[in-house]
Write a protein that binds this ligand. Structure first.
Ligand SMILES: Cc1cc2nc3c(=O)[nH]c(=O)nc-3n(C[C@H](O)[C@H](O)[C@H](O)COP(=O)(O)O)c2cc1C
Length: 217
């Protein structure tokens, strides 16, 4: 099992990265090989919209890291995307990579819509690990919709699993002990009575990521 994992957060010890670390720990315990890609450090140019990929069967932008990255993407069995929610969407570094996914399929405009035909057969697990400030998940909907679309357009053999961490504001929050959460909630003026419930929620979230990593096939 070869796993390629994308780090979307620009923050050291970002909550989404900590969720990813738990996932990776579980996956490695099950014998998987994992490579992580920090989307804030890799050199990826923006998609130019030239659509040359529709004929060339690959992205024709040169002098960045996408050519090498695309080989890794195509080889991996599982693609994990860990990310904060930024204005209901992905942060720019990760979105720039997703835009380049356009080059993985042929797109044809039909009378009643678009027909997507991937250049190769995709049968991958897509894992989405999201972290956001809101206590509810609606701001993640555009991202989940996007990944459902990507899974679909790249063939019927892909499967998406999503885990979402809510009410996470500062780095490391998801792994904080109760006393640190109390101090944080007082500072951020979040009702302190929520700490008990949120601590349990965070622990359950970390466990869920670990267990998902462990069982990923
Ligand atoms: C530029 C920016 C935009 C954000 N937009 C949203 C948003 O639309 N909805 C939300 O709930 N939280 C939003 N947040 C909060 C982050 O999603 C949240 O703090 C998240 O847990 C950060 O993840 P990380 O620790 O992995 O970086 C935003 C934060 C930043 C910096």
């Amino acid at each position: 099992m070869l796993i390629l994992a994308f780090i979307g957060s620009p923050r050291p010890k970002g909550n989404s990265t900590l969720l990813l670390n738990k996932f990776i720990k579980g996956a490695k315990e099950s014998g998987a090989t994992v490579e992580t890609i920090d989307t804030n450090r890799i050199n990826i140019k923006y998609c130019r919209g030239c659509l040359k990929c529709n004929l060339a069967k690959r992205c024709t932008i040169r002098n960045d890291d996408f050519e090498e990255l695309s080989k890794k993407i195509l080889t991996a069995d599982t693609l994990v995307f860990s990310s904060p929610v930024y204005f209901h969407h992905l942060p720019a570094g990760l979105k720039a990579i997703i835009d380049r996914f356009r080059s993985f399929n042929h797109v044809q405009i039909l009378e009643d819509g678009l027909k997507h035909t991937p250049w190769v057969d995709w049968r991958k697990n897509f894992i989405l690990l999201l972290s956001l400030g809101k206590p509810s998940t609606e701001d993640t909907e555009p991202i989940v919709d996007l990944f459902n679309f990507i899974c679909e357009e790249l063939g019927s053999g892909n499967k998406l699993t999503t885990i979402i961490g809510t009410r996470l504001a500062v780095p490391k929050q998801v792994i904080m002990e109760k006393h640190d959460l109390i101090t944080l909630y007082e500072k951020l003026k979040i009702p302190v009575h929520l700490v008990e419930k949120d601590y349990e929620k965070n622990q359950a979230l970390l466990k869920e990521c670990f267990e998902l990593g462990k069982k990923i096939k």
